[in-house]
Design a protein. Structure first.
Length: 188
């Protein structure tokens, strides 16, 4: 459920995610993973967004994944084969706190080969940029906020002030689902 919510958010608010992750709100379109290889790519949370110069590849995770570095290297090679001229930014976004070594792993390494990617641990991110961006609002409560209840109230207030009812509903539902990641984490 968290994967599909994050995928929905990135597809619906790609410029907000590009602004946050690339530093500029460039125009991105969704790239189908089926374009990349004869062998199917897992569909769990693979998000590929394409622009003229970039491909943004995101993986959202609630749990540490010991195979993530291998997956990121594999996905990078698949994209390179199809789009060798494009720069690619890859990021794994961990939603819930963990001390696992895997949430700190930023490279795939074997003798003679090294591939690096970004890891974002939401619980270490400042809250304010998420409050300021409609597409990132649902993730705000997962950031390094000192008071999750207050942050959730701020998010709700921002959602109430959104002019489009459909956007309001989608962002509110996404916020509710992702806030559930906190409940799942604190219970487990």
């Amino acid at each position: 459920m968290f994967d599909s919510t994050c995928k929905f958010l990135t597809e619906s608010f790609f410029s907000d995610f590009a602004g946050w992750l690339l530093g500029e709100p460039i125009l991105l379109t969704q790239l189908s993973s089926s374009e990349l290889s004869l062998e199917p790519i897992r569909a769990d949370a693979l998000i590929l967004l394409d622009s003229e110069a970039y491909i943004l590849h995101l993986e959202f995770q609630t749990e540490p994944d010991q195979n993530m570095a291998d997956r990121m290297a594999d996905d990078r090679l698949r994209v390179y084969r199809r789009f060798p001229q494009k720069e690619m930014k890859q990021g794994v976004i961990y939603l819930t706190p963990s001390r696992s070594e895997y949430v700190f792993q930023t490279a795939f390494e074997i003798p003679g080969t090294r591939h690096e990617f970004e890891v974002i641990r939401l619980w270490e991110q400042p809250t304010q940029p998420f409050i300021e961006s409609v597409g990132l609002l649902p993730l705000a409560v997962l950031t390094s906020t000192p008071d999750q209840s207050q942050t959730l109230r701020q998010v709700a207030e921002r959602i109430d002030n959104l002019p489009e009812l459909r956007v309001q509903s989608n962002v509110a539902a996404s916020t509710g689902i992702l806030a559930g990641a906190i409940r799942s984490y604190t219970k487990g």
